[in-house]
Design a protein around this ligand. Structure first.
Ligand code: GCU
Length: 414
C-alpha cells in the first residue's frame, strides 16, 4: 500500500517535472543555441538533395513521423456543385476516393468566375470544420464524420465558418480555393488513428511491414498527406495553375502546412498562420507553449519520438528554423498575432530569420539580421515574408490579404 503510494507520488513528480511553468516574460527567456542549419553545405548544389534530405529525415524521425512512400490510387468524383452566394464564384464538391480501406476526402473547390490570370492560382488549405460550414448551400451534404466537440452535424451549421473564409476577397483577387475538412483524414482526438486514412494507406504501401510507433506518422502526417492529395487534384484541373498553389494552414493546421510544404516540393508557396509550438516557433525558446504541453494535450499529433523531448527540447536534433528552410528556395510566409502569446509570436519570427542562410545559398536576398517588425507592418525580403497583426489567435481577412499580396509579389504581378 505504502509502496504504491510512494510510486504514485514519484510518478506525479516525474510528470510535473516534465511540464515547466509557462513563461510569458521576455526577460526570462533563457539563452539557447540552435542546431546548425547548413552543415557542410556551401552551395545550393550541396543543399539539394543532400543537406535538405538529412534535415527532412530528422523531422520525420523526431517530430512528424514517416509517411509511407508511393501513391494509392485516387479517383475524384464530383458530388455537388453550385454558385457562391456573392455570385463571384462557382464551387464543386469533389470526393477523392481511395478505395474501400481508406476514408474519402471531400474537397470543396471554389473558383472565381473572372480572374486576371489566364489559369488561376489556388490556395490549398484544410478547415477545422466540415465543408458544409464553409458555404451556406443546402446541396452540400452534411458530414457524417466526427465533428469537434463530439456533436453530430446539423442544418444550423451551414455557412457558419465563413469568417475564416472571406470568399469575396479571395475570389475578387482571382484566386481559387481548394479546402477540405481535416476530420476526414484523422479525427482530431487521441483515439483518432483507427478511423483515419493511416491504416489503409499503410496496408497498401507498407507491404505488411509493421508500424514503428517511434517514427510513425500520426495526425499531422495524415493531414499533410491529405494536402498533397488536394495538390494532386488541382493538378488535374485545366483552369488552375497548380504550380501557383499557395499552401495555407492555421494553428495545428499551420504546423501541418509547414510539414506538408517541407515534404512535398510541388507546393509553390507555403504559409504558416499562427502555427506556434510544433510549427514555426522555436522549440528551444522557453516562451508560451512547450513541447511537453503538446505531448500531454495532443499525443496523437506527432511521432512517438517527439515525446522524448517533453523534458528538454534542446535534446531534439532539429529546431524549426530548419523546417522553414526546407521550403527554400520556394517562398515561405509566417504570420503571428499580437495577443497569441501561447504561440510565441517573436519565436515564430526568429525561426524565419534563422532560416535565412538556406535562401542565401540560392543567391536570394534574405531576412538575416532583420528585427521583429511592428504590429501590422508586414516585412518581405527575398522569398521570406512575415507579419504580426493586432488581435487574437485566428485567421482573418487581414491575414488573407497579406498572403494574396505576398503571392502576387513572388510572381512579379504587382
Ligand atoms: C492548442 C495547441 C496549439 C495549437 C492550437 C490550435 O492551443 O496548444 O499548439 O496550435 O491548439 O490548433 O488551435
Amino acid at each position: 500500500m505504502l509502496r504504491s503510494a510512494v510510486l504514485i507520488l514519484l510518478l506525479a513528480c516525474a510528470l510535473h517535472a516534465q511540464r515547466p511553468k509557462t513563461n510569458y516574460d521576455e526577460a526570462k527567456v533563457k539563452p539557447y543555441r540552435l542546431p546548425d542549419l547548413l552543415g557542410t553545405a556551401r552551395s545550393s548544389a550541396d543543399w539539394t538533395p543532400q543537406r535538405r534530405s538529412e534535415i527532412l529525415r530528422q523531422f520525420e524521425d523526431h517530430v512528424y513521423g514517416r509517411t509511407p512512400g508511393g501513391r494509392v490510387p485516387m479517383t475524384p468524383n464530383t458530388i455537388a456543385s453550385g454558385e457562391t452566394p456573392d455570385g463571384m464564384g462557382t464551387w464543386k464538391l469533389v470526393r477523392l476516393d481511395f478505395g474501400a480501406s481508406i476514408p474519402a476526402l471531400e474537397t470543396l473547390l471554389v473558383s472565381p468566375k473572372t480572374s486576371s490570370y489566364a489559369r488561376v492560382p489556388v490556395f490549398v488549405t484544410l478547415s477545422f470544420t466540415p465543408v458544409h460550414t464553409l458555404l451556406p448551400d443546402k446541396s452540400i451534404p452534411l458530414t457524417t464524420r466526427w465533428v469537434r466537440g463530439d456533436k453530430p452535424a446539423t442544418e444550423a451549421d451551414r455557412g457558419t465558418a465563413t469568417g475564416r473564409w472571406p470568399w469575396p476577397l479571395l475570389l475578387g483577387n482571382g484566386f481559387a480555393v481548394a479546402v477540405a475538412y481535416y476530420g476526414d483524414l484523422f479525427e482530431d482526438r487521441a483515439e483518432g488513428l483507427a478511423n483515419s486514412v493511416i491504416p489503409g494507406v499503410e496496408k497498401q504501401l507498407m507491404a505488411g511491414t509493421p508500424r514503428q510507433e517511434a517514427t510513425a506518422w500520426n495526425a499531422i502526417g495524415a493531414w499533410a498527406w491529405g494536402m498533397s492529395r488536394m495538390q494532386d487534384l488541382v493538378e488535374q484541373e485545366p483552369r488552375i495553375d497548380a504550380r501557383r498553389s499557395v499552401l495555407v494552414g492555421h494553428s495545428r493546421l499551420g504546423k501541418t502546412s509547414l510539414w506538408a510544404g517541407a515534404a512535398d516540393e510541388r507546393f509553390g508557396i507555403v504559409v504558416s498562420n499562427n502555427s506556434g509550438e510544433g510549427g514555426a516557433s522555436l522549440a528551444r525558446r522557453n516562451f508560451g507553449e512547450h513541447v511537453a504541453d503538446l505531448n500531454k494535450a495532443f499525443p496523437h499529433w506527432f511521432t512517438g519520438n517527439y515525446k522524448k523531448y517533453s523534458s528538454d527540447p534542446k535534446e531534439m536534433p532539429v529546431d524549426t528554423h530548419q523546417l522553414l528552410a526546407l521550403v527554400a528556395p520556394r517562398p515561405v510566409y509566417v504570420a503571428s498575432a499580437q495577443e497569441d502569446h501561447w504561440a510565441d509570436p517573436r519565436g515564430e519570427f526568429l525561426a524565419l530569420e534563422a532560416a535565412s542562410p538556406a535562401f542565401e545559398l540560392f543567391g536570394i536576398p534574405s531576412l538575416r539580421g532583420a528585427s521583429w517588425p511592428g504590429v501590422n507592418q508586414p516585412i518581405v525580403r527575398g522569398r521570406q515574408g512575415y507579419h504580426v497583426r493586432t488581435g487574437k489567435h485566428d485567421i482573418n481577412a487581414y491575414d488573407w490579404q497579406q498572403y494574396i499580396a505576398f503571392a502576387r509579389r513572388m510572381w512579379g504581378d504587382q
